[in-house]
Write a new protein. Structure first.
Lengths: 273, 266
């Protein structure tokens, strides 16, 4: 891997300027994803606003996780996966032939349902692993980035005195915030979250939700959730998927109060799903 | 029912206890400082030791590890992390067949592949045959412990934009390192006592080996040749050699236990 140091300069990477906030962070056009012969996503098109929280909802098996994973090419880990259509990240086609998946994944980070800090590493090493394994060795940079990322993840005050303790000594909620800090440390532009709070207790969930609202000032966040209240509470836009189709996409208020589709209304009011 | 199963369990352990008792009883008398430091004496003279055989066994194990560990570990990584399921099925199948091949056949193969072209028995040939026997053992245990690493760690690393090979080396293998080392040690313990394949390859040597292209002594070989000899003194030395070999293998097994202990406490 040849990755220039310049990708990880200690100064905060230039986010797209505020004035460009009108430009969508991600533009998805006619996206279809297949696993073998099984079509999981059918002709999905939508635009994800920058510096906003977009919730992806829908019943199990509707393709929402696959949609999320196609945004940073993680679905390609399934050997027989293939996609059609186009996804642009701030205008750049992330599936263009000359674009490496590793570069896409550095710009579009991901947090998983089950917290997964690396068990062989300390808290600090977990935060900086994405930098270290991509060639950043300068101690001052790593230390600065550790503190900055942990602060952004609202974990700094709880762990600052034991940065070299094993990561798995943290509680479940702390582990998940550590995973968020780890994802933030490589300074992505977009953060994908796959049901990040579904395995946590209500208190830890509340902390993660506060954190997400804080993070959207600087990042574009796409969150998959099973929890309709959570989607209503935190998101600006909501996408409702059903059987691999994007049924409805729009402002969260509108989706939850006056959806245009019957299926959306049935789902958000709990009539099925 | 309980009595029956208990009796059977006892019968499993009993031979080990008896063997160990008998080895200590017959061998301890000949285990002395000389045994570890002196060369064998010519026929008829008493005394002497097995220093060359003890060193020889370590040299053979080192050569074997040099061959068996990298190939076995990398093969296991391939099976676990790359490879299509169909190809992997065949590789696994052949590895399991190889694990069941009688060791004397390994000796004959290496005799044909190494000893004949080199025109002589050698430490190389002995190390190579033990190393070849280690490959399928290490490959299978490496694969198994890598499979125990949760997929979430792989995904987390890849999602950080870490290249796949770095993810495998720095995250997956590192997480499973203790298990891999355990597999290597068990494979070493398994081949340390092999005698038959060494008869065709290392051959044995009553003196120090100064060149790896020459025959070399090994504990199991020395035990074998002393045990079938007609001399009382050699018989005692064979017992002592067997005791030392058993202690060596026990030491490896104990270190495996120590290594794996805290793994199960987590």
């Amino acid at each position: 891997m040849t990755t220039g140091e310049k990708d990880f300069t200690p100064v905060a990477k230039a986010q797209p300027p505020r004035s460009a906030a009108a430009m969508p962070a991600l533009t998805v056009k006619n996206l279809s994803v297949y696993f073998g012969t099984h079509q999981v996503l059918k002709n999905v098109s939508l635009a994800i606003r920058a510096r906003a929280v977009t919730a992806v909802i829908g019943p199990s098996g509707c393709g929402k996780s696959t949609f999320l994973r196609s945004l940073n090419r993680m679905h390609e880990l399934v050997p027989e996966a293939r996609m059609e259509g186009e996804i642009r990240l701030f205008g750049q086609d992330i599936y263009a032939g000359n674009v490496e998946p590793v570069i896409v994944r550095r710009r579009v980070g991901m947090v998983f349902q089950k917290s997964n800090p690396f068990p062989t590493m300390s808290i600090a090493d977990n935060v900086t692993v994405g930098l270290r394994l991509n060639g950043i060795r300068t101690r001052s940079v790593l230390a600065e980035r550790t503190e900055h990322s942990l602060r952004m993840a609202a974990l700094w005050d709880e762990v600052k005195d034991r940065l070299h303790a094993p990561a798995i000594s943290l509680s479940g909620g702390q582990q998940q915030r550590l995973c968020i800090a780890r994802a933030l440390a490589v300074q992505p532009e977009v953060l994908l979250m796959d049901e990040p709070a579904s395995a946590l207790d209500p208190l830890a969930t509340a902390k993660i939700e506060d954190l997400i609202l804080e993070l959207k000032k600087d990042f574009t966040i796409v969150i998959v959730t099973h929890n309709m209240q959570q989607a209503a509470r935190m998101s600006d836009d909501t996408a409702f998927f059903y059987l691999g189709e994007l049924v409805e996409f729009g402002a969260t208020d509108k989706i939850f109060t006056s959806p245009t589709q019957k299926r959306t209304e049935d789902y958000v009011t709990g009539r099925f799903g | 029912m309980q009595v029956l199963t208990f009796t059977c369990a006892l019968l499993v352990v009993a031979p080990l206890v008896l063997v160990f008792y008998h080895l200590v009883y017959s061998g301890i008398g000949a285990v002395s400082w000389d045994f570890f430091t002196k060369l064998p004496k010519p026929v008829g003279e008493t005394g002497g030791g097995m220093a060359n055989a003890i060193v020889g066994t370590f040299i053979l194990l080192s050569i074997a590890a040099l061959i068996g560990v990298p190939i076995g570990v990398l093969g296991g990584v391939y099976l676990s992390e790359y490879g299509s399921s169909k190809l992997n099925w065949w590789i696994r199948f052949w590895a399991d067949v190889l694990n069941g091949v009688p060791s004397i056949i390994w000796g004959m193969v290496v005799y044909a592949l190494v000893v004949l072209p080199m025109k002589g028995f050698s430490a190389w040939a002995g190390g190579i045959v033990l190393g070849m026997m280690m490959i399928p053992l290490i490959m299978r245990t490496t694969e198994e412990v890598l499979q125990l690493v949760p997929n979430g760690y792989r995904e987390a690393a890849l999602a950080l934009g870490i290249a796949q090979w770095r993810t495998i080396v720095q995250i997956v293998v590192r997480t499973a390192l203790k298990g891999i080392v355990t597999g290597v040690l068990l494979a070493l313990a398994r081949v340390a006592g092999e005698t038959a394949p060494l008869l065709f390859t290392a051959f044995g040597n009553r003196f120090w080996n100064h060149n790896l292209s020459d025959p070399i002594a090994a504990l199991p070989l020395q035990i074998f040749s002393y045990a079938i000899s007609p001399y009382e003194d050699w018989h005692r030395q064979a017992w002592a050699g067997a005791l030392v070999l058993l202690l060596l293998i026990t030491a490896i097994n104990v270190s495996v236990r120590v290594l794996t202990r805290d793994r199960f406490h987590k």
